[in-house]
Write a protein that binds this ligand. Structure first.
Ligand code: MN
Length: 192
């Protein structure tokens, strides 16, 4: 299987002023494309060649001999997921079932928000912050992961995932990662 860069669900400048067209053009057009190109090279003529991306991630997670395949498959998957957790004029609280689950498991949306921001700010170096659901008991959890690691490698179902690698925010925010995280939640997040 040859993986291709999926189309963005909006224009490159649609998330301005919170994420600039310049950032999106590098982040989507160069970084995301490179993860997919690397993955295609690494799986060519291997047992991973005809597997769906999710299966590649699960089969290579935690196996040092496949760390290159894992990192590039997970980062390819993570970015597609991340683009789809945002929309222009997004942000704010979810509604319906998700709102009920957030209240049940975190106490309130504000408490969820504080915990998510803390996870995203405190991820040391490159990585991601996630809201995910535990398949076994349906409970919501906030986790942070390093580099390309993600919830599906740990049996969790991701609900939102925020990229906190410097390439995601440095052109727009420099060292102000907290401002980028707050803008994601207040102005961009799309609750599916
Ligand atoms: Mn990224």
């Amino acid at each position: 299987m040859i993986f291709e860069l999926p189309p963005l669900p909006y224009q490159l400048n649609a998330l301005e002023p919170y994420i600039s067209e310049q950032t999106m053009s590098y982040h989507y057009g160069k970084h995301h494309q490179a993860y997919i190109d690397n993955l295609n090279k690494l799986i060519k003529n291997t047992k991973f060649e005809n597997m769906p991306m999710e299966e590649i991630i699960i089969k290579t997670a935690g196996k040092s001999e496949f760390s290159g395949v894992f990192n590039n498959a997970a980062q390819s998957w993570n970015h597609t997921f991340f683009w789809n957790t945002m929309k222009p004029n997004g942000g704010g609280e979810p509604t319906g079932e998700l709102k009920k689950k957030i209240d049940r498991d975190f106490g309130s949306y504000d408490k969820f928000k504080a915990e998510f921001i803390n996870a995203a700010v405190s991820q040391f170096g490159s990585g991601w912050a996630w809201l995910a659901e535990d398949k076994d008991n349906g409970k919501l959890v906030i986790i942070k992961t390093a580099n390309g690691d993600n919830p599906i490698a740990h049996g969790l179902i991701p609900i939102i995932g925020l990229d906190v690698w410097e390439h995601a925010y440095y052109l727009d925010y420099q060292n102000r990662r907290a401002d980028y995280i707050n803008n994601y939640l207040n102005h961009l997040v799309k609750w599916n």
